[in-house]
Design a protein around this ligand. Structure first.
Ligand code: SF4
Length: 454
Protein backbone atom coordinates (compact mmCIF):
# COMPACT_ATOMS: atom_id res chain seq x y z
CA UNK A 1 0.00 0.00 0.00
CA UNK A 2 1.40 3.40 -0.99
CA UNK A 3 1.88 5.54 2.14
CA UNK A 4 -0.16 8.75 2.36
CA UNK A 5 1.44 12.13 1.62
CA UNK A 6 1.81 13.73 5.04
CA UNK A 7 0.50 17.26 5.38
CA UNK A 8 2.85 19.43 7.47
CA UNK A 9 0.13 21.90 8.48
CA UNK A 10 -2.19 19.07 9.58
CA UNK A 11 0.50 17.23 11.55
CA UNK A 12 1.68 20.46 13.20
CA UNK A 13 -1.86 21.13 14.39
CA UNK A 14 -2.00 17.70 16.02
CA UNK A 15 1.50 17.85 17.51
CA UNK A 16 0.51 18.04 21.18
CA UNK A 17 1.79 16.31 24.31
CA UNK A 18 0.11 12.94 24.68
CA UNK A 19 0.56 9.45 26.15
CA UNK A 20 1.95 6.50 24.19
CA UNK A 21 -0.74 4.24 25.69
CA UNK A 22 1.46 1.32 26.59
CA UNK A 23 -1.10 1.12 29.39
CA UNK A 24 -4.46 2.64 30.23
CA UNK A 25 -4.74 4.33 32.66
CA UNK A 26 -1.21 5.61 32.02
CA UNK A 27 1.58 5.72 34.63
CA UNK A 28 0.87 9.23 36.03
CA UNK A 29 -2.41 7.76 37.28
CA UNK A 30 -0.65 5.16 39.43
CA UNK A 31 -0.94 5.73 43.18
CA UNK A 32 1.41 4.93 46.04
CA UNK A 33 -1.62 3.69 47.97
CA UNK A 34 -1.41 0.59 45.78
CA UNK A 35 0.84 -2.00 47.43
CA UNK A 36 2.61 -5.26 46.74
CA UNK A 37 -0.18 -7.05 48.57
CA UNK A 38 -2.68 -5.71 46.04
CA UNK A 39 -0.55 -7.18 43.27
CA UNK A 40 -0.20 -10.56 44.98
CA UNK A 41 -3.95 -10.72 45.64
CA UNK A 42 -4.60 -10.16 41.93
CA UNK A 43 -2.07 -12.81 40.95
CA UNK A 44 -3.52 -15.34 43.39
CA UNK A 45 -7.08 -14.69 42.17
CA UNK A 46 -6.18 -14.97 38.50
CA UNK A 47 -7.18 -17.91 36.35
CA UNK A 48 -4.45 -19.93 34.67
CA UNK A 49 -3.72 -17.49 31.87
CA UNK A 50 -0.28 -17.88 30.32
CA UNK A 51 2.46 -15.55 31.50
CA UNK A 52 4.59 -12.98 29.79
CA UNK A 53 7.70 -12.15 31.83
CA UNK A 54 9.68 -8.92 31.62
CA UNK A 55 13.05 -8.49 33.32
CA UNK A 56 14.64 -5.05 33.60
CA UNK A 57 18.45 -5.04 33.51
CA UNK A 58 19.26 -1.41 34.23
CA UNK A 59 23.02 -0.90 33.92
CA UNK A 60 24.83 1.01 31.18
CA UNK A 61 28.51 1.83 30.99
CA UNK A 62 28.01 5.20 29.31
CA UNK A 63 25.18 7.63 28.77
CA UNK A 64 23.42 8.16 25.42
CA UNK A 65 22.20 11.74 25.63
CA UNK A 66 18.77 10.99 24.10
CA UNK A 67 18.01 8.14 26.52
CA UNK A 68 14.58 8.02 28.14
CA UNK A 69 14.91 4.64 29.91
CA UNK A 70 15.34 3.85 33.58
CA UNK A 71 19.13 3.42 33.66
CA UNK A 72 21.86 3.13 36.27
CA UNK A 73 25.13 4.40 34.80
CA UNK A 74 28.12 2.66 36.32
CA UNK A 75 31.62 1.45 35.57
CA UNK A 76 31.43 -1.01 38.48
CA UNK A 77 31.03 -4.43 36.85
CA UNK A 78 30.49 -6.19 40.18
CA UNK A 79 27.01 -4.69 40.54
CA UNK A 80 25.45 -6.91 37.89
CA UNK A 81 26.23 -10.22 39.63
CA UNK A 82 24.56 -8.98 42.83
CA UNK A 83 21.60 -7.70 40.81
CA UNK A 84 21.01 -11.17 39.30
CA UNK A 85 20.72 -12.59 42.82
CA UNK A 86 18.26 -9.83 43.79
CA UNK A 87 16.16 -10.49 40.69
CA UNK A 88 15.88 -14.20 41.41
CA UNK A 89 14.90 -13.41 44.98
CA UNK A 90 12.17 -11.12 43.69
CA UNK A 91 10.95 -13.87 41.38
CA UNK A 92 10.74 -16.24 44.38
CA UNK A 93 8.72 -13.72 46.40
CA UNK A 94 6.15 -13.50 43.59
CA UNK A 95 6.15 -17.04 42.31
CA UNK A 96 4.92 -18.64 45.51
CA UNK A 97 1.59 -16.84 44.96
CA UNK A 98 1.05 -18.16 41.43
CA UNK A 99 -1.22 -21.12 40.85
CA UNK A 100 0.58 -24.18 39.51
CA UNK A 101 0.60 -24.89 35.81
CA UNK A 102 0.89 -21.34 34.51
CA UNK A 103 3.04 -21.53 31.45
CA UNK A 104 5.39 -18.81 30.19
CA UNK A 105 4.63 -17.88 26.58
CA UNK A 106 6.98 -14.92 26.39
CA UNK A 107 10.09 -13.58 28.11
CA UNK A 108 11.73 -10.24 27.39
CA UNK A 109 14.92 -8.75 28.80
CA UNK A 110 15.16 -4.99 28.46
CA UNK A 111 17.28 -2.24 29.90
CA UNK A 112 19.58 -0.51 30.34
CA UNK A 113 21.94 -2.78 28.53
CA UNK A 114 21.28 -6.48 29.19
CA UNK A 115 24.69 -7.27 27.71
CA UNK A 116 26.36 -5.06 30.32
CA UNK A 117 26.02 -8.30 32.32
CA UNK A 118 28.80 -10.84 31.81
CA UNK A 119 27.78 -13.88 29.73
CA UNK A 120 28.04 -16.14 32.82
CA UNK A 121 25.66 -13.78 34.70
CA UNK A 122 23.12 -13.93 31.87
CA UNK A 123 23.51 -17.70 31.91
CA UNK A 124 22.84 -17.76 35.66
CA UNK A 125 19.78 -15.55 35.22
CA UNK A 126 18.17 -17.59 32.44
CA UNK A 127 19.01 -20.79 34.32
CA UNK A 128 17.40 -19.38 37.48
CA UNK A 129 14.26 -18.26 35.67
CA UNK A 130 14.09 -21.58 33.82
CA UNK A 131 14.14 -23.47 37.14
CA UNK A 132 11.31 -21.35 38.52
CA UNK A 133 8.85 -21.38 35.60
CA UNK A 134 7.58 -23.80 33.01
CA UNK A 135 8.10 -22.44 29.50
CA UNK A 136 5.91 -23.27 26.49
CA UNK A 137 7.79 -25.20 23.80
CA UNK A 138 7.30 -22.31 21.36
CA UNK A 139 7.93 -19.53 23.90
CA UNK A 140 9.18 -16.24 22.52
CA UNK A 141 12.44 -15.21 24.21
CA UNK A 142 13.62 -11.71 23.39
CA UNK A 143 16.54 -9.55 24.47
CA UNK A 144 17.63 -5.97 23.78
CA UNK A 145 21.29 -5.59 22.87
CA UNK A 146 23.70 -2.73 22.39
CA UNK A 147 26.20 -3.82 19.70
CA UNK A 148 28.95 -1.81 21.42
CA UNK A 149 28.63 -4.05 24.48
CA UNK A 150 27.76 -7.40 22.92
CA UNK A 151 30.36 -10.11 22.39
CA UNK A 152 30.24 -13.40 20.50
CA UNK A 153 30.18 -15.12 23.92
CA UNK A 154 27.05 -13.16 24.94
CA UNK A 155 25.33 -14.34 21.76
CA UNK A 156 26.49 -17.91 22.26
CA UNK A 157 24.97 -17.97 25.76
CA UNK A 158 21.74 -16.32 24.62
CA UNK A 159 21.39 -18.61 21.60
CA UNK A 160 22.07 -21.74 23.70
CA UNK A 161 19.42 -20.60 26.22
CA UNK A 162 16.85 -20.47 23.42
CA UNK A 163 16.58 -16.72 22.85
CA UNK A 164 14.99 -16.32 19.45
CA UNK A 165 14.34 -12.56 19.20
CA UNK A 166 16.96 -9.86 19.21
CA UNK A 167 16.27 -6.15 19.46
CA UNK A 168 19.22 -4.04 18.37
CA UNK A 169 19.68 -0.36 19.22
CA UNK A 170 21.02 1.71 16.32
CA UNK A 171 19.25 5.12 16.27
CA UNK A 172 21.42 6.61 13.50
CA UNK A 173 24.54 5.56 11.56
CA UNK A 174 25.76 9.08 10.81
CA UNK A 175 29.07 9.76 12.62
CA UNK A 176 28.21 13.40 13.32
CA UNK A 177 24.81 12.52 14.79
CA UNK A 178 26.41 9.73 16.83
CA UNK A 179 28.91 12.19 18.33
CA UNK A 180 26.07 14.60 19.21
CA UNK A 181 24.17 11.86 21.07
CA UNK A 182 27.27 10.29 22.64
CA UNK A 183 26.73 6.91 21.02
CA UNK A 184 29.46 6.00 18.58
CA UNK A 185 28.64 2.68 17.00
CA UNK A 186 29.94 1.54 13.65
CA UNK A 187 27.87 -0.21 11.00
CA UNK A 188 30.38 -3.09 11.21
CA UNK A 189 29.72 -3.60 14.93
CA UNK A 190 25.99 -3.73 14.27
CA UNK A 191 26.30 -6.05 11.29
CA UNK A 192 28.62 -8.42 13.21
CA UNK A 193 26.15 -8.75 16.08
CA UNK A 194 23.17 -9.35 13.80
CA UNK A 195 25.01 -11.89 11.65
CA UNK A 196 26.28 -13.79 14.69
CA UNK A 197 22.83 -13.73 16.36
CA UNK A 198 21.23 -15.21 13.24
CA UNK A 199 23.93 -17.86 13.12
CA UNK A 200 23.04 -18.68 16.74
CA UNK A 201 19.43 -19.34 15.78
CA UNK A 202 17.69 -16.03 16.51
CA UNK A 203 14.91 -16.05 13.94
CA UNK A 204 13.72 -12.48 14.41
CA UNK A 205 15.81 -9.33 14.45
CA UNK A 206 14.34 -5.96 15.24
CA UNK A 207 16.24 -2.67 15.03
CA UNK A 208 15.57 0.71 16.62
CA UNK A 209 16.06 3.98 14.77
CA UNK A 210 15.26 7.45 16.02
CA UNK A 211 14.38 10.68 14.23
CA UNK A 212 14.50 14.20 15.59
CA UNK A 213 18.07 13.75 16.92
CA UNK A 214 20.62 16.59 16.81
CA UNK A 215 22.46 17.15 13.49
CA UNK A 216 20.08 14.89 11.57
CA UNK A 217 19.03 15.92 8.07
CA UNK A 218 16.86 14.27 5.47
CA UNK A 219 19.96 13.28 3.48
CA UNK A 220 21.88 11.93 6.45
CA UNK A 221 18.91 9.86 7.54
CA UNK A 222 18.45 8.56 3.98
CA UNK A 223 21.94 7.03 4.29
CA UNK A 224 21.06 5.55 7.70
CA UNK A 225 17.94 3.99 6.17
CA UNK A 226 19.91 2.55 3.24
CA UNK A 227 22.44 0.96 5.59
CA UNK A 228 19.71 -0.31 7.91
CA UNK A 229 17.85 -1.99 5.05
CA UNK A 230 21.01 -3.91 4.11
CA UNK A 231 20.74 -5.58 7.55
CA UNK A 232 17.36 -6.96 6.48
CA UNK A 233 15.62 -6.65 9.88
CA UNK A 234 12.30 -8.43 10.40
CA UNK A 235 10.96 -5.51 12.44
CA UNK A 236 11.92 -1.90 12.70
CA UNK A 237 11.01 0.71 15.28
CA UNK A 238 11.28 4.36 14.27
CA UNK A 239 11.01 6.44 17.42
CA UNK A 240 10.32 10.13 17.59
CA UNK A 241 12.98 11.63 19.90
CA UNK A 242 11.28 13.10 22.96
CA UNK A 243 13.38 16.11 24.05
CA UNK A 244 12.53 16.58 27.71
CA UNK A 245 15.59 18.30 29.26
CA UNK A 246 13.48 19.53 32.18
CA UNK A 247 12.74 15.96 33.22
CA UNK A 248 15.90 14.14 32.02
CA UNK A 249 19.12 15.85 33.13
CA UNK A 250 21.43 14.06 30.68
CA UNK A 251 19.40 15.40 27.73
CA UNK A 252 20.71 18.87 28.68
CA UNK A 253 23.96 17.84 26.96
CA UNK A 254 22.05 18.07 23.66
CA UNK A 255 22.17 21.55 22.15
CA UNK A 256 18.63 22.63 21.30
CA UNK A 257 20.01 24.63 18.34
CA UNK A 258 21.26 21.38 16.77
CA UNK A 259 17.86 19.72 16.74
CA UNK A 260 16.19 19.47 13.34
CA UNK A 261 13.27 21.84 12.75
CA UNK A 262 9.73 20.41 12.79
CA UNK A 263 9.69 20.62 8.97
CA UNK A 264 12.94 18.62 8.70
CA UNK A 265 11.64 16.08 11.21
CA UNK A 266 8.51 15.59 9.16
CA UNK A 267 10.57 15.29 5.95
CA UNK A 268 12.70 12.59 7.65
CA UNK A 269 9.60 10.77 8.84
CA UNK A 270 7.94 10.93 5.41
CA UNK A 271 11.11 9.66 3.76
CA UNK A 272 11.37 6.77 6.24
CA UNK A 273 7.75 5.75 5.72
CA UNK A 274 8.22 5.79 1.92
CA UNK A 275 11.52 3.89 1.98
CA UNK A 276 10.28 1.27 4.41
CA UNK A 277 7.02 0.75 2.50
CA UNK A 278 8.94 0.41 -0.76
CA UNK A 279 11.19 -2.18 0.93
CA UNK A 280 8.18 -4.31 1.90
CA UNK A 281 7.57 -3.21 5.49
CA UNK A 282 4.05 -2.57 6.80
CA UNK A 283 3.23 0.15 9.30
CA UNK A 284 2.00 -1.79 12.34
CA UNK A 285 1.23 1.35 14.33
CA UNK A 286 2.91 3.86 16.63
CA UNK A 287 6.57 3.81 15.52
CA UNK A 288 6.59 0.15 14.47
CA UNK A 289 7.12 -1.45 11.08
CA UNK A 290 7.38 -5.14 10.23
CA UNK A 291 7.58 -7.42 7.23
CA UNK A 292 4.15 -8.59 6.04
CA UNK A 293 4.95 -12.19 7.02
CA UNK A 294 6.16 -11.22 10.52
CA UNK A 295 4.13 -12.36 13.55
CA UNK A 296 3.23 -8.75 14.39
CA UNK A 297 1.55 -8.18 11.00
CA UNK A 298 -0.10 -11.59 11.15
CA UNK A 299 -1.48 -10.86 14.65
CA UNK A 300 -2.74 -7.48 13.44
CA UNK A 301 -4.59 -9.04 10.50
CA UNK A 302 -6.17 -11.56 12.91
CA UNK A 303 -7.14 -8.89 15.49
CA UNK A 304 -4.81 -10.45 18.09
CA UNK A 305 -2.30 -7.65 18.50
CA UNK A 306 -1.94 -5.97 21.89
CA UNK A 307 0.14 -3.23 23.46
CA UNK A 308 2.24 -3.38 26.58
CA UNK A 309 5.23 -1.58 28.06
CA UNK A 310 7.56 -2.98 25.40
CA UNK A 311 5.38 -1.71 22.54
CA UNK A 312 3.30 -4.05 20.38
CA UNK A 313 2.93 -7.69 21.37
CA UNK A 314 1.40 -10.81 19.87
CA UNK A 315 0.55 -12.16 23.34
CA UNK A 316 -2.72 -10.45 24.19
CA UNK A 317 -3.87 -13.42 26.27
CA UNK A 318 -0.99 -13.26 28.77
CA UNK A 319 -0.64 -11.75 32.23
CA UNK A 320 2.51 -9.63 32.32
CA UNK A 321 4.75 -10.10 35.37
CA UNK A 322 7.73 -7.77 35.47
CA UNK A 323 10.85 -7.95 37.62
CA UNK A 324 13.63 -5.50 38.35
CA UNK A 325 13.92 -1.84 39.17
CA UNK A 326 11.03 0.30 37.78
CA UNK A 327 9.43 -2.72 36.05
CA UNK A 328 5.64 -2.66 35.60
CA UNK A 329 3.46 -5.78 35.92
CA UNK A 330 -0.06 -5.90 34.54
CA UNK A 331 -1.92 -9.07 35.49
CA UNK A 332 -5.71 -9.00 35.27
CA UNK A 333 -7.11 -5.65 36.35
CA UNK A 334 -4.06 -4.05 37.94
CA UNK A 335 -0.84 -2.27 37.04
CA UNK A 336 1.97 -2.42 39.61
CA UNK A 337 5.30 -0.63 39.30
CA UNK A 338 8.47 -1.43 41.26
CA UNK A 339 10.63 1.25 42.88
CA UNK A 340 12.30 3.45 40.28
CA UNK A 341 15.34 4.02 42.44
CA UNK A 342 17.71 1.05 42.34
CA UNK A 343 18.75 1.35 45.99
CA UNK A 344 15.11 1.36 47.12
CA UNK A 345 14.42 -1.62 44.89
CA UNK A 346 17.36 -3.65 46.23
CA UNK A 347 16.64 -2.71 49.86
CA UNK A 348 13.01 -3.88 49.52
CA UNK A 349 13.93 -7.27 48.07
CA UNK A 350 16.83 -7.83 50.45
CA UNK A 351 14.45 -7.09 53.31
CA UNK A 352 12.07 -9.73 51.85
CA UNK A 353 9.52 -7.01 51.12
CA UNK A 354 7.64 -6.36 47.91
CA UNK A 355 9.41 -4.02 45.47
CA UNK A 356 6.07 -2.52 44.36
CA UNK A 357 6.03 1.24 44.92
CA UNK A 358 2.82 2.27 43.19
CA UNK A 359 0.08 1.05 40.92
CA UNK A 360 -3.61 1.08 40.19
CA UNK A 361 -6.62 -1.22 40.29
CA UNK A 362 -8.78 -0.58 37.25
CA UNK A 363 -12.40 0.47 37.61
CA UNK A 364 -15.04 -0.90 35.22
CA UNK A 365 -14.78 2.37 33.27
CA UNK A 366 -10.96 1.97 33.03
CA UNK A 367 -11.33 -1.59 31.69
CA UNK A 368 -13.80 -0.43 29.04
CA UNK A 369 -11.70 2.55 27.95
CA UNK A 370 -8.56 0.38 27.92
CA UNK A 371 -10.28 -2.00 25.51
CA UNK A 372 -11.38 0.84 23.21
CA UNK A 373 -7.95 2.51 23.19
CA UNK A 374 -6.02 -0.75 22.73
CA UNK A 375 -8.25 -1.93 19.86
CA UNK A 376 -7.90 1.42 18.08
CA UNK A 377 -4.11 1.44 18.55
CA UNK A 378 -3.74 -2.19 17.43
CA UNK A 379 -6.46 -2.68 14.78
CA UNK A 380 -7.01 0.92 13.54
CA UNK A 381 -10.67 -0.01 13.68
CA UNK A 382 -13.28 -0.38 16.39
CA UNK A 383 -16.48 -2.37 16.20
CA UNK A 384 -18.66 -0.25 18.49
CA UNK A 385 -21.50 -2.80 18.40
CA UNK A 386 -19.21 -5.58 19.64
CA UNK A 387 -17.83 -3.33 22.40
CA UNK A 388 -21.38 -2.29 23.35
CA UNK A 389 -22.45 -5.91 23.56
CA UNK A 390 -19.39 -7.03 25.55
CA UNK A 391 -19.67 -4.24 28.13
CA UNK A 392 -23.49 -3.96 28.09
CA UNK A 393 -23.52 -0.30 27.09
CA UNK A 394 -24.96 1.88 24.33
CA UNK A 395 -21.57 2.82 22.88
CA UNK A 396 -22.46 6.21 21.40
CA UNK A 397 -24.43 7.23 24.48
CA UNK A 398 -21.68 6.13 26.89
CA UNK A 399 -18.96 7.82 24.84
CA UNK A 400 -20.98 10.92 23.85
CA UNK A 401 -18.21 13.30 25.03
CA UNK A 402 -15.50 11.25 23.27
CA UNK A 403 -17.48 11.16 20.04
CA UNK A 404 -17.99 14.90 20.07
CA UNK A 405 -14.20 15.32 20.67
CA UNK A 406 -13.65 13.12 17.60
CA UNK A 407 -15.70 15.36 15.28
CA UNK A 408 -12.86 17.73 14.25
CA UNK A 409 -10.65 14.66 13.62
CA UNK A 410 -13.37 13.20 11.39
CA UNK A 411 -13.57 16.54 9.56
CA UNK A 412 -9.78 16.42 9.06
CA UNK A 413 -10.04 12.98 7.49
CA UNK A 414 -8.31 11.03 10.29
CA UNK A 415 -11.16 8.59 10.83
CA UNK A 416 -14.57 7.59 9.56
CA UNK A 417 -17.55 6.68 11.76
CA UNK A 418 -20.03 4.59 9.82
CA UNK A 419 -22.13 1.43 10.12
CA UNK A 420 -21.26 1.00 13.80
CA UNK A 421 -17.54 1.05 13.04
CA UNK A 422 -14.83 3.60 13.74
CA UNK A 423 -12.21 3.23 11.02
CA UNK A 424 -8.88 5.05 11.14
CA UNK A 425 -7.76 6.35 7.73
CA UNK A 426 -4.18 5.91 6.40
CA UNK A 427 -3.33 9.48 7.52
CA UNK A 428 -5.08 8.95 10.87
CA UNK A 429 -2.83 5.94 11.54
CA UNK A 430 0.07 8.35 12.07
CA UNK A 431 -2.03 10.34 14.56
CA UNK A 432 -3.46 7.38 16.42
CA UNK A 433 -2.42 8.81 19.79
CA UNK A 434 -4.58 11.89 19.14
CA UNK A 435 -7.55 9.64 18.32
CA UNK A 436 -7.00 7.50 21.43
CA UNK A 437 -6.73 10.62 23.59
CA UNK A 438 -10.41 11.37 22.88
CA UNK A 439 -11.30 8.27 24.95
CA UNK A 440 -8.93 9.03 27.86
CA UNK A 441 -10.90 10.09 30.94
CA UNK A 442 -7.83 11.39 32.84
CA UNK A 443 -6.04 13.43 30.24
CA UNK A 444 -6.89 17.09 30.81
CA UNK A 445 -4.90 17.68 34.00
CA UNK A 446 -1.64 16.06 32.96
CA UNK A 447 -0.79 16.66 29.31
CA UNK A 448 2.47 18.47 30.04
CA UNK A 449 3.97 15.19 31.35
CA UNK A 450 3.96 13.49 27.92
CA UNK A 451 6.01 13.68 24.75
CA UNK A 452 4.62 15.20 21.53
CA UNK A 453 2.31 12.94 19.51
CA UNK A 454 4.17 13.71 16.23
S1 SF4 B 1 22.41 2.03 25.86
FE1 SF4 B 1 20.16 2.28 25.82
S2 SF4 B 1 19.54 2.36 27.95
FE2 SF4 B 1 21.78 2.69 27.93
S3 SF4 B 1 22.00 4.93 27.90
FE3 SF4 B 1 22.01 4.23 25.77
S4 SF4 B 1 19.86 4.39 25.13
FE4 SF4 B 1 19.88 4.45 27.37
Amino acid sequence: MKPPELDFELLSRYSVAGPRYTSYPTAPQFSNQFTGEDLLREIADADARPLSLYVHLPFCASVCFYCGCNVTFTADRSRSAAYVRTLLREVDLTREHLSAGREVAQLHWGGGTPTFFAPRELDELIGGIGERFRFAADAELGVEVDPRATTAEHLRVLGAAGFNRLSVGIQDFDADVQRAIHREQSAEQTLTVITEARRRGMRSVSVDLMYGLPRQSRDSFARTLDLTLTLNPDRLALFNFAYLPGMLRHQRAIKAAELPSPAVKLAIFQLAVERLSAAGYEYVGMDHFARADDDLCRAQREGKLSRNFQGYSTHADCDLLAFGVSAISSPGRVYAQNHKNINDYIAAIEGSRSAVARGIRLTDDDVLRREVIMRLMCDFELDTLAVGEKFKIDFFKYFAASCSALKPLVADGLLVVSGGKITVTPTGRFLIRNIAMCFDAYLKARRQRFSKTV
